[in-house]
Design a protein around this ligand. Structure first.
Ligand code: 8YV
Length: 306
């Protein structure tokens, strides 16, 4: 018997045929009158904030199958109270998200965006050679949160002969240099790369105090969550050239980000698309389906959070 599930996010529209092969499917965005008590499964992206009332109106909900690895958009306490199982899609997106961090690191160092516009604006013809840029060779990377994505990123930059350092709550059995004190690591490295989880524990972790430790020649990269950075402090550091530059895939208020970012010439802005490749997003959709089917048949999804 096909179970009834609800897709909550238009991001999932292109995968409707996959879901319809396995379930009776409705979508929240088509605004047709829905009988919310009929759905046993809900699929949401990492960007979708579930309205508080929806947890109650979906009175027969048994599982939320996240189309994301992060789950800071979910009310964990409500899920626990209502015995709703939560599953996510780790591993399949790790490589692409880490690739984006690597892309940011090289683009910032070689000032790629500026170089492109240098030609577009006829500066090469009119003013001659562009300014020199920074080499990444033997430079120091500081990874905030050495989870799966952080470790994958570390392997990529190790191949660039970079020195790998990391900060997190606990030292791991790995050869990279561990910093228990984030201030000390921020002072030491050339690239501070945020790969930790979002949520309360890391809210505004990168604040004015941390940014003040960074060198004027250093860069900040964020592929985690916008909640991790005090954006007013970062904008001030970028505007006053207290750090060399930043590349951000995530922001506090997506997609209506702080407009001050758009006035800066030393930031790369990217619309929360770390996992956004054809291949990975299809794998993520397939994994949300596998999580649902495994849960409905065995009571346990493949990747269970709670
Ligand atoms: C999602 C994300 O992959 O996976 C995550 O945690 O940050 C997001 O990039 C994307 O929003 C699709 O849900």
């Amino acid at each position: 018997m096909k179970r009834k599930i609800l897709l909550a996010d238009p991001l999932l529209e292109q995968y409707l045929p996959l879901y319809k092969k396995n379930f009776i499917v409705d979508t929240l965005w088509n605004n047709k009158k829905l009988k919310l008590s009929e759905y046993e499964g809900l699929v949401v992206s990492g960007l979708f904030k579930i309205p508080s009332n929806l947890y109650d109106e979906l009175s027969n909900l048994k599982i939320i199958s996240l189309f994301s690895v992060g789950f800071d958009n979910i009310d964990i306490n409500k899920c626990k109270k209502k015995n709703i199982v939560l599953a996510n899609t780790p591993k399949v997106l790790t490589n692409d998200v880490a690739d984006l961090a690597l892309t940011f690191l090289l683009s910032l160092s070689r000032n790629l965006y500026h170089a492109h516009n240098y030609i577009i604006n006829n500066n090469w013809e009119e003013n001659g050679p562009i300014d020199l840029t920074a080499s990444v060779y033997k430079k120091k990377v500081g990874i905030v949160g050495l989870g799966e994505i952080g470790r994958n990123f570390a392997k990529k930059v190790k191949s660039l002969s970079m020195e790998i350092n990391y900060y997190g709550p606990n030292k791991k059995k790995i050869s990279y240099k561990y910093f228990k004190d984030l201030k000390k690591m921020a002072r030491y490295v050339d690239y501070l790369v945020i790969t930790c989880i979002g949520g309360e524990k890391t809210n505004n972790l990168i604040n004015n105090e941390i940014l003040n430790q960074m060198k004027k020649t250093s860069y900040l990269i964020n592929i985690s969550r916008g909640s991790v950075i005090d954006e007013k402090a970062l904008i001030n550091h970028l505007k006053n050239k207290k750090i060399k530059g930043a590349a951000l895939d995530v922001f506090k208020n997506e997609p209506k980000i702080n407009t001050q970012f758009k006035k800066l010439d030393n930031v790369i802005l990217h619309p929360h698309n770390g996992s956004g490749t054809y291949e990975t997003r299809k794998e993520m959709a397939e994994l949300t389906i596998k999580n649902l089917k495994t849960f409905f048949s065995t009571g346990k999804p493949v990747y269970r959070i709670i």
